[in-house]
Every structure is written in structure tokens, then in C-alpha cells.
Design a protein around this ligand. Structure first.
Ligand SMILES: *[C@@H]1O[C@H](CO)[C@@H](O)[C@H](O)[C@H]1NC(C)=O
Ligand SMILES: *[C@@H]1O[C@H](CO)[C@@H](O)[C@H](O)[C@H]1NC(C)=O
Length: 401
């Protein structure tokens, strides 16, 4: 026990010092030699590419309808009703237009340095069995997008967001609207592990992926105790073993290993480190949505003061990999919470307060870059246009004192 905990401490320290987090150990620069991390203390400042490779209809009803998916709950449902050939074509159009190279340039111009790319296991098409329906041909778009991001000097977190048979019920972010998530068993873990091996090998071999430093092995598992403990015991340690085995096979230098990311303890699916005896280059993901937190009293002042002292560091290093400016449904339409110009000053301060706290850790990734909700609380791009998020981080107000 003593030996084990000493080992864990040492490896945690080693992980922090030489992590393949941009800037900490490996400098990354854009093609034209800009370093997006040098002036920000190596903190991650990023956006999620929501609805790019896993479409969430609520974020873009009109795009979803243009794709011919109107009324369908998820990619799986749309593809099964549309048929493979038409779906391939329709999704290809979407992949090529939702987030483009211009978006990447715009992100960089706002001082962002990171993207998190949610993808589904079906990107590796030989893992999909005949009863499952997903669009095909996505990989070349993932490669292209990561190539632009690498050229622009952005750090990339590749995120297995949709797991085989779904890791959570009835949620389009898994790619399917499955009421009985079947992920938490041996054969589905195995499919996910095969996905991770394939992805790790591509990341190390292909130039487009050179700025991918982190591979998240599962987004938002269930908090159900039996399922979560099965996952911690079986899936997490094997994810480490299998990814490291690929890296050993490819003779990757240890300092260039991928960071392997799991949901943080605060997520509620247990302590991800419980069964890990190797925590070298482990990293953690914390999702912080005030919208779903009923314990925080909804007043402007309280939101800002709570955010200012919000400690999000139960595992380390942690990135707050999803958060937004959305508020509980009961307040959503209230006059002093509406996302209009009258309330922009509050949202501007609340953004700054959240950034303040999340940068006490490794940094943050906003959910999401773009939406069609006409609501700047869910769209980084719209929030910049509304003056809620600064175009230049030097003008971020110090609201926490
Ligand atoms: C769908 O796209 C994939 C990948 O581009 C291709 O291999 C497959 O043949 C397509 N399926 C149909 C039915 O067109
Ligand atoms: C913002 O919304 C509130 C509530 O509907 C309204 O009272 C206020 O006038 C709106 N402000 C602007 C600038 O539209």
C-alpha cells in the first residue's frame, strides 16, 4: 500500500512536469510560427466542436432538418430511416460545412488555443455491426479538420463521445437514442478499446494529428454505481494498457505519449484512478454546468461569487472540458436572465469569473463553438459577437479580485 501510494505520488508529479500538454513539455507552433500557449501560462483555452461529428439536434434544428433528419432523435435514427447511401452524402455535406477552416482561424483570432473533438466509435467503420446505423466516410473530415487545427497551432483533445451501445440513456450525444445503454460489459469495452488502439495509432502516425496530445477514453459515463464501478475496474486500466501497447509497438518516446483522459471524480462516476496502477500522463475532465446545479441560488451576484471560488481540482491535471453560460430552465426566460443585450454585462462578468476559476486548474473548453439556438450562452462564436466574451483576453475583466 505504502509503495503503491508513493508510486502514485511520484507519477502524478512526473505527469505534471512533463505532460504532453501543450507548452508544459512540448511546444507547439502554428505553420507561421505562432505559439498560442506562450502568453497564457500554458493554460488550455478551448472550444468544443459540438454537433460536428456527432450531431445533437437541439443545437442545430435547421441544419438537422436540411440534412433530411427532421424529427429524428439521433444520428442512428436518421441513418436508419434515410438509408446508408443518402446518409453518407447528407452527412458529408454537413461535415464539410458546419465547422470550416474559417472557423478555425476565427478561434485563433480570439486567443483560443485548444479544440475538443467529440467523435463516435463508428468512425472506425469495421466496428459497426449490421444492426447498427451510422454515417460512413467521416474519417477524412476528421483528418482534414485536425490538419487545419494543427497548422493553426491549436492543441487537440480527441474525445470518444459516443461509445458502443451507448454509455448513457436517450441522449443524442452518444449518437443513438438508446433507452438501455449497453456499454458496460466486456464485449462493448472491447469494441471501445479497439477504437482507442486504432485512434492512438493514427494520431502517432499521421501528420494531421500531430497536435493531438490527449485522448479521452469516454465522455460522461453513467453515475449508476454498478455500471460505473465495472467501467473503472475493467475499462479504464485496459484503456491505459492498450494505448500504451500501441505506443510501445510504435517506439513512441515516453514524453510523447498521449495523455489519457477520464472524467474527473467530481462527475460522479467514482474516482477514475481507483484501479489504475499506472497514472503516467493521466488527465481528467470536469464538466461544470450551472444549468444542472440546483444547489446554487440563482442571483447574478451569487453566480459570480460562486464561480469565483469554484474549486474544480479533485483529480489533477483537470481541464473543465465542458461548461457554458446557460442557466436553469426556471430562469431561462426571466427578464434579467435572457440572453439579450440588457443582460450582456452580467454574462460577461460571469464568463470572466468561470474562466478565473477553471484556470486555477489546467484550463477549460467551452461547450460549444457554434449553435443555431440564437442564444449566446451556448455558443462561443455568438457570445463574442454579443460582446459577452472578449475578442482579446487581455480585456477580460478581473471580477474575482
Ligand atoms: C457509404 O460511405 C462509405 C465510406 O465512404 C462507403 O464505403 C460506402 O460504400 C457507402 N455506402 C453506400 C451504400 O453508398
Ligand atoms: C431583454 O429581455 C427583457 C425581458 O424580455 C426585456 O425586458 C428587455 O427589454 C430586453 N432587452 C433588450 C435590449 O431587448
Amino acid at each position: 500500500m505504502a509503495i503503491l501510494s508513493r508510486f502514485c505520488m511520484l507519477s502524478a508529479l512526473a505527469g505534471l512536469a512533463s505532460a504532453w500538454l501543450a507548452g508544459d513539455n512540448k511546444e507547439i507552433t502554428s505553420k507561421d510560427n505562432k505559439n498560442l500557449f506562450s502568453s497564457v501560462n500554458n493554460k488550455v483555452r478551448g472550444v468544443n466542436l459540438g454537433s460536428q461529428f456527432i450531431f445533437e439536434p437541439w443545437l442545430g434544428e435547421s441544419a438537422w432538418s436540411d440534412m433530411g433528419c427532421s424529427g429524428r432523435a439521433s444520428e442512428f435514427d436518421c441513418v436508419s430511416s434515410m438509408g446508408q447511401k443518402a446518409a453518407n452524402e447528407s452527412f458529408a455535406k454537413h461535415w464539410g460545412s458546419w465547422i470550416t477552416q474559417d472557423d478555425i482561424s476565427e478561434m485563433v483570432s480570439y486567443g483560443l488555443n485548444t479544440i475538443r473533438v467529440p467523435v463516435g466509435y463508428w468512425l472506425r467503420e469495421d466496428l459497426v455491426d449490421s444492426s447498427e446505423h451510422f454515417p460512413q466516410g467521416g474519417l477524412e473530415y476528421v483528418q482534414k479538420l485536425c490538419g487545419w487545427a494543427s497548422d493553426a497551432g491549436l492543441y487537440i483533445i480527441m474525445d470518444l463521445h459516443g461509445a458502443p451501445e451507448a454509455q448513457t440513456p436517450n441522449n443524442a450525444f452518444t449518437g443513438q437514442n438508446n433507452p438501455n445503454p449497453g456499454f458496460y460489459q466486456e464485449d462493448q469495452y472491447e469494441r471501445a478499446l479497439k477504437f482507442l488502439e486504432w485512434m492512438a495509432e493514427m494520431i502517432h502516425r499521421q501528420d494531421e494529428f500531430r497536435n493531438v496530445g490527449m485522448l479521452e477514453v469516454l465522455n460522461e459515463p453513467m453515475q449508476d454505481n454498478d455500471k460505473a464501478s465495472s467501467m473503472r475496474e475493467n475499462y479504464y486500466p485496459k484503456a491505459f494498457e492498450r494505448i500504451r501497447a500501441v505506443e510501445t509497438k510504435l517506439s513512441v518516446d515516453k514524453k510523447d505519449y498521449l495523455h489519457i483522459q477520464m472524467m474527473d471524480k467530481l462527475w460522479g462516476s467514482g474516482d477514475p484512478t481507483e484501479h489504475l496502477d499506472d497514472q503516467y500522463y493521466a488527465a481528467y475532465d470536469d464538466h461544470r454546468y450551472y444549468k444542472w446545479d440546483k444547489s446554487v441560488e440563482t442571483t447574478h451576484d451569487n453566480y459570480i461569487s460562486t464561480s469565483c471560488k469554484d474549486k474544480r481540482d479533485s483529480n489533477s491535471p483537470t481541464i473543465v472540458g465542458e461548461w457554458s453560460l446557460a442557466v436553469p430552465k426556471s430562469m431561462d426566460k426571466a427578464s434579467d436572465w435572457q440572453p439579450n443585450s440588457s443582460n450582456a454585462d452580467f454574462y460577461r462578468k460571469w464568463f470572466a469569473a468561470q474562466v478565473h476559476s477553471y484556470e486555477q486548474g489546467q484550463g477549460w473548453v467551452f461547450w460549444t463553438w457554434k449553435s443555431q439556438l440564437n442564444d449566446y450562452r451556448w455558443s462561443y462564436q455568438d457570445a463574442v459577437k454579443a460582446g459577452v466574451i472578449p475578442k482579446d483576453f487581455n480585456s477580460l475583466e478581473d471580477v474575482c479580485g
